[in-house]
Design a protein around this ligand. Structure first.
Ligand SMILES: [Fe+2]
Ligand SMILES: [Fe+2]
Length: 485
C-alpha cells in the first residue's frame, strides 16, 4: 500500500496548489481530483478495504505503521491541511467523489480561518457536503486511526533525518510559494527565501550532501520545484567545497531556489507538456529568464546575485544562449555556477520526454560543448559530485547494493553504505557496513548499476566504472580532490 501513497500526496499537492492559485473548476484541479479518486480506488483494491488512511506524525507521512520519507518530502501542503483541521490525518473512503476533494481543498485553502478543534473541522466538512473524508485524532490520542509508528526506525545518515525532512520541505515550500506569488502578480517574498536558506546554512554542520540524499527521491509531477531545490543544493555544495563564506552560500542558495521563477509566467500547457516542445512553444518557454529577471528586479530586497542568476542562467560563455545580451556584458561567477548546476540537473533527471543520463554521460556532453560553460565551475561540480553523486543508489560488481555517502578521493571510487548483501538480504539500518571503494582495486569491486532517484536503474559501462567517462578524454588524475573538511 505504501507505494500508492506518494502519487496520492502529489495529486493532493497539485490540486491544492492550483485551486489556491486559480479557481475550483480549473482543469488542473479537476484532473488532479479525478486522478486522486482513481488511484485511491486502485490502492484500495478489491479486497474489501473501504478507507485509506494518510496519517501525519511529527510532520511526516505515515501509512501502514511506516513513516515514508519520499512522500513526506512533497507533503507540506497535506501536512498544513492536517494541522489546519486539527487532526492526525484523513481517511479517504472508496466512494469519495472528485467534487468532495475539491471542497476539501477549498476548506483547507483558507488556512487563516480559525478552526477551533477537530469536531469543528469535521462539521465544516459536513456543511460543505464532504461525506467520504473522515478526520482522525492525532497520534497518541485515543481513536488514532493508524497503526503504532516506530519513530526511531530510521537512524539518520544525516544530522537528524527529521530535521533534514523539515529543511527539505521548507526549501520546496519556498520555491512553491514564490512561484505561486509570482504567478498571481504578487511580490516574491525574498526575505523568507533567504531566511530558509540561512537557517539551513547555519544549522547544517556537516554538509549539503545529507540533503542531497533526500533530494534524490522521485519528483512525480513537480519537476520545476524539485529541480530548483536540487540546483540550489548542488550550487551550495560546490560553493561550500570551494570555501565560500556562509553569507555567500546564502546568496547562492537563494539564487538557485529562484533561478526559474520566470517559469511562473509561462502558460501551464507549455510548462507541463509531457512531449517535446515545438518551435513556437520553445520560443515562449525561452522567455522565462527574461521574466525571471523582471520579477526579481521588481521584488523588494532581491539581490543582484538572484536577479543575475534568474536572468542569465541560460547564457553561454561564448555569448550564445538566451536572452541576448551585449558582447561586453559580463556573466557573474554565481550565474555561471547556477548555469552548470542547472544543465547537470536537467541531464541527470528523468522527464516525461527523456530518460536520465548518468553523471559521466552528462559531464561528457558538457565538456564537449566547449563554449557553453565556465570551465572552473564545471570542473568544480565534477570534483564535488563525482561519477556517483551522494544519495545515489548503486549496485556493485560483488552483487551488493548500497547508497553513496560521499564522493571519494577518486571520482569513480565513492564511499558506499551497503544496504543489501550479495544474496539479496537487506541489512538492518544499524548494521549497514561502509565500504570505501578508494581502498579497493577496480578489479576487486566496481559500480555496475546506478540509480539517481531510487527508481530508474542505469547500467554503468566498464569504461565509466574505471573512470574513463566514455571517451570524454578527461584526465581524472587532474580532477582528483583533496579532502575538503
Ligand atoms: Fe531555466
Ligand atoms: Fe532551471
Amino acid at each position: 500500500m505504501s507505494h500508492a501513497v506518494a502519487p496520492l500526496i502529489n495529486l493532493f499537492t497539485v490540486g491544492m496548489t492550483f485551486s489556491s492559485i486559480y479557481f475550483r473548476e480549473h482543469p488542473r484541479v479537476i484532473e488532479a481530483a479525478d486522478e486522486f479518486v482513481r488511484r485511491l480506488r486502485l490502492a484500495l483494491g478489491n479486497e474489501g478495504q473501504e478507507e485509506l488512511f494518510l496519517g501525519v506524525v511529527r510532520g511526516r507521512i505515515v501509512a501502514d505503521g511506516e513513516t515514508l520519507v519520499g512522500p513526506s518530502l512533497i507533503a507540506r501542503r497535506y501536512v498544513d491541511c492536517v494541522e489546519h483541521l486539527q487532526c492526525g490525518g484523513m481517511l479517504f473512503h472508496r466512494e469519495l467523489l472528485p467534487g468532495e476533494l475539491i471542497d476539501l481543498f477549498a476548506v483547507c485553502s483558507d488556512l487563516h480561518s480559525k478552526v477551533r478543534d477537530r469536531r469543528y473541522a469535521a462539521d465544516l466538512l459536513q456543511a460543505q457536503g464532504v461525506r467520504h473524508i473522515r478526520l482522525s485524532p492525532c497520534y497518541g490520542e485515543p481513536g488514532w486511526q493508524g497503526q503504532d509508528v516506530e519513530l526511531d526506525e530510521e537512524p539518520s545518515t544525516v544530522n537528524d533525518l527529521e530535521t533534514m525532512i523539515q529543511f527539505y520541505q521548507s526549501l520546496q515550500a519556498t520555491v512553491e510559494d514564490s512561484h505561486e506569488r509570482a504567478m498571481r502578480g504578487q511580490d516574491v517574498n525574498m526575505n523568507t527565501a533567504r531566511t530558509v536558506v540561512e537557517s539551513m546554512v547555519t544549522s547544517i554542520e556537516s554538509d549539503y550532501q545529507d540533503l542531497l540524499n533526500l533530494s534524490r527521491y522521485p519528483d512525480y509531477d513537480n519537476y520545476t520545484i524539485g529541480h530548483s531545490v536540487r540546483v540550489s543544493l548542488f550550487a551550495m555544495l560546490v560553493g561550500q567545497k570551494i570555501g565560500l563564506s556562509p553569507i555567500e552560500l546564502v546568496e547562492i542558495g537563494t539564487a538557485g531556489l529562484l533561478h526559474d521563477i520566470g517559469k511562473s509566467k509561462i502558460p501551464q500547457e507549455i510548462l507541463f507538456k509531457t512531449a517535446r516542445l515545438d518551435k513556437d512553444e520553445l520560443y515562449v518557454m525561452r522567455k522565462h529568464p527574461h521574466y525571471g529577471g523582471e520579477i526579481l528586479l521588481e521584488t523588494e530586497d532581491s539581490s543582484p546575485t538572484s536577479i543575475g542568476a534568474a536572468f542569465g542562467h541560460h547564457l553561454r560563455q561564448d555569448g550564445k544562449g538566451y536572452p541576448k545580451i551585449p558582447k561586453w556584458a559580463p556573466i557573474s561567477a554565481v550565474t555561471s555556477l547556477i548555469q552548470v548546476c542547472d544543465v547537470f540537473e536537467a541531464l541527470t533527471a528523468v522527464r516525461p520526454y527523456k530518460p536520465s543520463l548518468t553523471p559521466a554521460q552528462s559531464y561528457h556532453i558538457m565538456m564537449k560543448d566547449s563554449g557553453a560553460f565556465d570551465r572552473t565551475m564545471l570542473f568544480s561540480l565534477v570534483k564535488v559530485l563525482g561519477l556517483y553523486p551522494p544519495g545515489s543508489r548503486v549496485k556493485l560488481s560483488t552483487g551488493e547494493e548500497g547508497v553513496v555517502c560521499s564522493t571519494g578521493l577518486r571520482l569513480d571510487r565513492p564511499l558506499v553504505r551497503i544496504t543489501q548483501s550479495n544474496e539479496g538480504v537487506a541489512f538492518a539500518r544499524n548494521d549497514q557496513p561502509l565500504l570505501d571503494l578508494g581502498f579497493c582495486s577496480p578489479g576487486e569491486v566496481h559500480v555496475t548499476e546506478l540509480s539517481l532517484d531510487g527508481e530508474n536503474r542505469m547500467t554503468v559501462g566498464s569504461d565509466e566504472a574505471s573512470g574513463d567517462m566514455r571517451g570524454a578524454r578527461v584526465d581524472l588524475s587532474s580532477l582528483q580532490i583533496q579532502p575538503c573538511r
